[in-house]
Design a binder for this molecule. Structure first.
Ligand code: B3K
Ligand code: ZN
Length: 844
């Protein structure tokens, strides 16, 4: 497959004044009639008329009313057209029912729905399927479905038909159609200028009871975007539809967001606190896209982070405002390190604004999303909050209605702040995670910190230039008082020193507060100093970070057989846990240990070969030591975390449950599962039930609970996903592959459903000790399933293949076994472009 290059961008040859679509729905023979008014683009460099089209059967085509026979070519069609505005008409036939890739128009549980981003619209009709062609759409749907929806405002409907009108010009990737037997939760929102907007959350009959939380999250998001960004909604109606078969979380189609059921349906009995939090964030994210993505869209897919990075940043801000800022920041950074750092330090590393791609669906990555969001966060830190707000106002006025670029975005900041951001732009163009090493010097009341930055080579990019890094730094005195509040040090050189004068004693520095830049900080420190920061740092992120690095020091020492600062860690953690002034959610996070994947990368970076079993055992050893050390404290602390009020999915209650479960996980190592069983038996919400089930599985006492869980929730797809995932996550490493194999034979393993496939195989590749079991059977099993899934759903197969992305970290045996499997998948005949690109990059 040939790559597409950013450098080859040219403006579209024709623009569109208006689109009319007519759908005649049929499961295997849907007819789509299109009328498109084209006009030559004055900025075009060519007059060639090309329309994208894939898997379409062309029935008829006409230009200005005269039938024509277009030239059907690879990926679309060509035709001779007038050198003036003209009307294109076409009729095509498509088969939604057999569309298992879930891209274009497809069926899920008997209901029609669409997914057009990035390039799915070309599977619906012939069209210039590129985001810089924006047009208003009118849609008529004919069919037997009781509910038939599309973008924009409802115009008219009757028995067997419905018409919709979206006045806002949009690229085709934002098109949506839904038709089926659906029921709505209705509500309304009055915008800041007093307009009434109808809100509808559509679900399958039976799921009405799981819509209240999503609707509230939507209203909160609408209010927040008005208050914080001054953005008002712009149609008479906003709709969300929940769909069971969906490749990702959700999609921001104009006025008609389509959601994976897992990203919108919620109830205390079936959803965990983490589910509620994620749902709130995704609803906000998709809603925020209405301005950052839809009103201002991307010129081409190389600019994907323009909308995704910004919208993630906005949803992170929103979650921080709705919940606890500190806890949200810690969670966001953990996710960034877990997914984006892993990507940036392996064969799939790529720029936030890539130069080329083969399959764009492979670039909906943590780098585009989460690193993109970090770049915006840094910009905000560098220019200041007020200047950020001004820049955003300028962005919205200058680019509303346009398909913009990342250059446009940075230029807005330059123009509104008069800062030169030339060096900052490198963040978009240089892949890889910068390492920042710190050394310090103390003499005569002067404290000097010297920072050195370097970024390791990434595929296709050997040389890296110094980046513009905002380092948020504070200093603490020996008694724990802050002697210097947070300052932003701007690092622009490869090596740079900063001095602080007039200090009475050598300070303890708190560096990279609130994780002010997405870098790896390298700083040798003593266990005492880490414990000191855990006890005294005023920055909650760095307070947590101190605990995390101390835990990491202990674990690495346990793995490598060096002296571990175990006692320092245990006493520091005890002090932290006892501190009632600390938010339970914060304490729960600080009690958690760095992940096995994080430790593997750390060891690899240190020039060692990570052994997944040793890492796993070190974690178990440390947890056992923690349990024993905290033994006397556990019952009282756990009792303190009991929530007696009725279940609320808010941050306060969730924090107590999280800490309670964190402590139970330790107690579980001492009481052989007794407390977990008791909790399982009395739990009246999914958070506690699932937490208890995990502990029971861990203690190898889960059989009865698993059977009970299944009996209770057999008909609930989303809860059954948890039932599958839990068994993989909490398996003993030597059993994991067999358990996965057994689950794939279960009658409920509906593998064509992305949620179900991910429940099993996502959990598998996220369980390093199990996946990397020395026998290699895990690798083979995983490859078998990639081969099986690829022809059915290439997007999910390609995405999951990142399970192999860390193969070069491991010993020669494991490397050899993984390489064999990667090559076997690559050699599969007819392998999708998606998987070819991913596995090809992973291998090289
Ligand atoms: N924009 C969509 C993702 C589309 C993925 C296409 N493979 C959801 C989101 O980021 O909000
Ligand atoms: Zn998005």
């Amino acid at each position: 497959p040939q790559p597409i290059y950013l450098a080859d961008y040219t403006p579209p040859a024709y623009l569109i004044d208006g689109v009319e679509l007519e759908f005649h729905l049929h499961p295997t023979a849907t007819r789509v009639v299109s009328k498109i008014r084209f006009t030559p683009n004055p900025k075009a460099v060519s007059r060639d008329f090309f329309l994208h089209g894939e898997g379409l059967t062309l029935i008829r085509a006409a230009i200005d009313g005269t039938d024509i026979t277009p030239d059907l070519v690879e990926g679309g069609l060509k035709a001779d057209v007038p050198d003036a505005p003209f009307l294109w008409e076409a009729e095509v036939e498509i088969s939604p029912e057999t569309n298992t890739a879930l891209e274009g128009l497809y069926m899920s549980n008997g209901m029609y729905c669409t997914q057009c981003e990035a390039e799915g619209f070309r599977r619906i009709t012939y069209y210039p399927d590129r985001p810089d062609v924006m047009a208003p759409f009118k849609v008529r749907i004919e069919g037997r479905e009781p509910v038939m929806l599309s973008n924009g405002n409802p115009i008219a409907s009757g028995e067997g038909w419905a018409e919709w009108d979206d006045p806002w010009p949009k690229p085709a990737y934002l098109f949506a159609l839904v038709a089926g037997d659906l029921v709505a939760r209705d509500d309304s929102f009055t915008t800041m200028s007093g307009k009434d907007v109808g809100l509808k959350l559509w679900v399958r009959p039976g799921d009405e009871g799981k819509t209240a939380f999503g609707m509230q999250a939507l209203k909160d998001s609408m209010k927040w975007d008005e208050e914080v960004y001054g953005r008002e909604y712009d149609l008479d109606i906003f709709q969300i539809v929940a769909v069971s078969d969906f490749n990702m979380g959700a999609m921001e189609n104009k006025g008609l967001n389509i959601f994976n059921t897992s990203a919108v349906l919620a109830s205390p009995e079936t959803s965990t606190d983490a589910n509620f939090e994620r749902i709130e964030a995704i609803i906000a994210h998709e809603y925020f896209h209405n301005w950052t993505g839809n009103r201002i869209t991307c010129r081409d897919w190389f600019q994907l982070s323009l909308k995704e990075g910004l919208t993630v940043f906005r949803d992170q801000q929103f979650s921080g405002d709705m919940r606890s800022k500190a806890v949200c920041r810690i969670n966001d950074v953990s996710a960034l390190r877990g997914r984006q750092f892993r990507e940036d330090n392996g064969p799939l590393a790529h720029q936030v604004q890539p130069d080329s791609f083969v399959e764009i669906n492979n670039f909906y990555t943590a780098t585009i999303y989460e690193k993109g969001a970090e770049l915006i966060r840094m910009l905000r830190v560098l220019v200041g909050d007020d200047a950020y707000d001004k820049a955003l106002d300028l962005y919205f006025t200058r680019h509303d209605g346009e398909a913009a670029t990342i250059e446009d975005w940075v230029k807005v900041f330059e123009d509104s702040t008069r800062r030169d951001l030339t060096q900052f732009r490198r963040w978009y163009k240089q892949a890889g995670t910068p390492r920042v090493a710190v050394s310090e010097d103390w003499a005569d009341g002067t404290y000097t910190m010297t920072f050195k930055q370097s970024t390791p080579p990434t595929p296709g990019q050997d040389e890296k230039l110094p980046q513009h890094i905002p380092l948020a730094v504070g200093l603490l005195g020996p008694n724990g008082d802050e002697v210097l509040p947070t300052q932003i040090l701007e690092m622009t050189e490869a090596e740079q020193s900063f001095t602080f004068e007039g200090l009475a004693a050598k300070p303890v520095p708190s560096i990279l507060r609130h994780f002010s830049a997405p870098v790896i900080l390298e700083r040798d420190s003593t266990a005492q100093e880490r414990a000191f920061l855990l006890a005294h740092d005023t920055d909650p992120f760095n307070k947590w970070e101190a605990g995390r690095t101390l835990a990491k020091d202990v674990l690495v020492a346990l793995i490598t057989g060096e002296d571990a600062p175990l006692e320092d860690y245990l006493s520091a953690i005890t002090v932290m846990l006892r501190d009632d002034s600390l938010d339970p959610a914060f304490r729960a996070l600080t009690l958690g240990l760095p992940s096995q994947d994080d430790l593997a990368q750390t060891l690899f970076d240190a020039g060692l070969t990570p052994d997944p079993m040793k890492i796993y055992r070190a974690q178990q050893t440390l947890k056992q030591a923690m349990a024993e050390h905290l033994q006397d404290l556990l019952p009282r602390l756990m009792a303190d975390m009991d929530v007696t009020e009725p279940f609320q999915p808010n941050a306060e209650q969730a924090g107590k449950r999280a800490l309670g479960l964190g402590l139970l996980n330790l107690l579980n190592r001492l009481d052989g599962g007794a407390a977990a069983q008791a909790l399982y038996d009395r739990a009246d919400n999914m958070t506690l039930r699932l937490g208890a089930l995990g502990d029971l599985l861990q203690a190898q006492k889960g059989d009865a609970a698993l059977a009970d869980f299944r009996a209770q929730f057999e008909t609930d797809e989303l809860v059954m996903d948890k039932w599958f995932a839990m068994q993989v996550t909490h398996s003993a490493p030597e059993d994991t592959a067999q358990i996965v194999a057994k689950l794939t034979e279960d009658s409920a393993f509906n593998w064509k459903n992305p949620n179900r496939f991910r429940a099993v195989f996502g959990a598998f590749i996220m369980n390093p000790a199990g996946f990397h079991n020395a026998s290699g059977e895990g690798y083979k099993l995983f490859a078998d399933w990639l081969i099986k899934l690829d022809p059915v759903n290439p997007q999910i197969a390609a995405r999951m293949s990142s399970g192999f992305e860390t193969w070069r970290r491991y010993d020669a045996d494991r490397q050899g076994m993984m390489k064999t499997q990667i090559e076997r998948v690559l050699a599969t005949e007819g392998l999708s472009r998606d998987s070819q690109e991913m596995l090809g990059r992973i291998l090289n």
